[in-house]
Every structure is written in C-alpha cells, then in structure tokens.
Design a protein around this ligand. Structure first.
Ligand code: FE2
Length: 234
C-alpha cells in the first residue's frame, strides 16, 4: 500500500511524504516526513500502521522537518544514504538555516546494504539505489514487485532536481538519471518529492532530458579539452 500525504513546509512549499506499508501486516516505512509531524502521527494511528523505519531520499530541510518529532514519538531508526551526515549535522548544508528552523538530525543510520526489509514480513522490501546529483546523499527506494520508485528530488513530472545547492552536481545527476532511473523498467511509477508522480517511459522522451544530456556532454567535452591543454603544458 502506498499512502501519499502532502505536507506544507514552512508555509512556502509543498512536499510529498509517503507511507509504504505492507497490505498484509500494515507494517512498513515512512519516506521523507518533511513537515507536519502531528498530522503524520495521526495518520499512522488512524490507519493502524506500524512504521518500522523512516527513510530519507536526501537530507534537505524540506524532507526532514518532521523527522525528530516522529523519531521521538515512535523510537525508530532514521535511514539516510551515503553522505547523509553532511546534511544531517549542518543547517547550512540542509538548508534549514535559511528558513529559521536550524534542523539537526543527531541519530541517523547511514545505509550500507542493498535492501530495506520489513521485520514483520521479509518479502516486503525496498531496494536501495545510490543516486547522487541533487545532493551527495541522494537515495532512491525501489520496489520491483510494486513497480514503484521513491525518487525524492532527483526527477520530477517534467523535469529534474536542481544541482546548485551544497553537494549538488549536474554531471552526477545526469549519470544517476541515465544509469539508475532510466534503467528501471519503463512502466515504473516515479513518486517524486514534490508535485505529481510520473513514469520512466514518460520522462525518458521529454525535451528536458535531451537538453540536459546535450549540456552535460558538452561540458564534459570542454573539461576533456581543458585537461588536454593542461597535459600539453598550454
Ligand atoms: Fe531537495
């Protein structure tokens, strides 16, 4: 079961928090609780969910704003991808400093396995895909069984995430989109950190992807030419 809750972050933007919960056991995971902790806790109680872990697609403030309160209430692990501490421990890097929030996550688990498995039902699981670019710690959670991927801000309906914030890299994002997102089956539903969902098939043929491919391959050629000039002593 995928249960989407839209939350308002600092009254300035919308963000999607997702519950990914096993239909049989009602146990599962909460992905990117960005704000409105009390609303999310009410949903958990109302739906009779048992949330085993909080999973973060990345450490930006608009995806982590409700983490501390929910972690305190449920006493569960908070999982982030490689590089997550860069955001968890620094209000500049996670952006909360600019919105007067000062969010620090001091009890996070950095993922090193390839899967997140429900302790209530080992068949209910998510594959962990390292997906840098929008941030250093970008992580996609994918279920082949349900044909769904929680992609955070890597890719959106009709576009891709920005790369100009701390730890962002346009080249890494292009690699992630080309080699990780677009290598998933075409019918995979992409559940984004903001806005509507989309699919691999739809985004693969959009103009933004052609433009991004062209611009990153041009900058890579320029980088190679510059390196050749340096090597030639020019
Ligand atoms: Fe973000």
């Amino acid at each position: 079961m995928i249960f989407t809750v839209e939350v308002d972050v600092s009254d300035v933007m919308q963000e999607n928090a997702y519950f990914y919960v096993d239909d049989e056991t009602r146990c599962g995971f909460l992905i990117d609780p960005g704000a409105q902790a009390s609303e999310l806790l009410k949903t958990i109680a109302r739906e009779n969910f048992t949330i085993e872990k909080i999973l973060l697609t990345h450490g930006h403030y608009d995806h982590i704003g409700a983490v501390n309160e929910i972690q305190r209430a449920l006493n569960i692990p908070v999982c982030m991808g490689k590089g997550g501490k860069f955001y968890a421990t620094d209000t500049f890097n996670n952006g909360s400093k600019f919105f007067g929030q000062g969010i620090i996550l001091d009890d996070v688990t950095i993922l090193d396995g390839a899967e997140i498995v429900s302790s209530a039902n080992p068949a209910f699981k998510l594959e962990v895909i390292f997906a840098p670019g929008h941030t250093l710690d970008g992580t996609i959670y994918y279920s082949a069984k349900d044909s769904v991927a929680f992609v955070g801000d890597t890719i959106f309906f009709g576009g891709h995430g920005r790369t100009d914030l701390a730890g962002g890299s346009e080249r890494d994002l292009m690699d992630t989109i080309r080699n990780k997102v677009f290598s998933l089956p075409d019918e995979t539903r992409l559940l984004c950190g903001h806005g509507a969902s989309t699919t691999v098939a739809v985004e693969k043929v959009r103009p933004w992807y052609r433009q991004m491919s062209a611009s990153t391959s041009l900058s890579s050629k320029i980088a190679k030419i510059s390196l050749s000039l340096v090597l030639a002593g020019l």
